[in-house]
Design a protein around this ligand. Sequence first.
Ligand code: SAM
Length: 212
Amino acid sequence: MAQERREMVEQLKFYGITNLRVLDAFMTVKRHLFVDEQSRPYAYDDCAWPIGYGQTISQPFTVAFMTSLLVERRPSGRVLEIGTGSGYQSAILDALGYQVFTIERVPGLFEMAGRALDELGVPVARRLGDGTLGWPEEAPFDGIIVTAAAPDQPSTLLSQLADGGVMVVPVGDLASQEMTVIRRVGSRFEHEVFQRFAFVPLCGREGWPESN
Ligand code: SAM
């Protein structure tokens, strides 16, 4: 699968991903180990694949885009991911040298991702629950990546950002969301807005109702 991985990285470059550390991480992490048997031959295509429970592993470009936004603003430290899903984004963050914390709300995915990460020996702290509430015992975080569609800026998560910390979060309606970067500067929050994506909903107390 190394050749497929190289081709995926070439495609990411073609789509405008330039950060060499990010491209290196995509070359290192074996994405095919985070999808099921059926999707495995296509694991390196630039597509989102179903991972069960109505959820998806995000397409490589999306993961690379969000990761670049974080790496270029906060290159090291402790990062909280909301929406473990397959575990792939966690493994990419670990390959970049971050200390990774991740929260998933679906028990079946929490277990599946845990198995994949354990088999690969990726040391990620994992929690089952509503990620919109963050992980107060481990806060503050240098970075927070939300890998599901938020209806608004998640305020509890923002309160768990360190000074100078950066959150990357898709904010919008259920059809599409603007990729948003929020940096904490003392008691202020600075915003940058990027292109639109389509994520599965962030469900929970500060997200969409559980029925979505
Ligand atoms: N980062 C994942 C990966 O690398 O495979 C992809 C994430 S998938 C697009 C979004 C995930 O967010 C789903 O697994 C979903 O169950 C999870 N999710 C949605 N709302 C959540 C919440 N409030 N807390 C934690 N996880 C949540």
